[in-house]
Design a protein around this ligand. Structure first.
Ligand code: ZN
Length: 69
């Protein structure tokens, strides 16, 4: 993990940055929570998009095979 204030690399369980004395533990967890929520929402949207695309492609391929048969 890195300090949110000065960007230096820190120990995993550091609560305070040794370089700039910023309390980074709290900020770090808050940032990851928001990032994780955003990632989950984006992931769900992508999955829905893929499923919808799959259904459309499936229906289109059925339609074309009906036309050519
Ligand atoms: Zn720092």
């Amino acid at each position: 993990m890195y300090c949110s204030n000065c960007g230096k690399e820190l120990q995993k369980d550091s609560k305070i940055c040794p370089y700039c004395n910023t309390n980074i533990k709290v900020q770090y967890t808050q940032n990851t929570r928001t990032l994780n929520t955003k990632k989950v929402i984006i992931g769900v949207i992508i999955i829905i998009f893929i499923v919808v695309c799959g259904i459309i492609i499936y229906k289109l391929s059925n339609f074309t095979s009906q036309v050519y048969n």
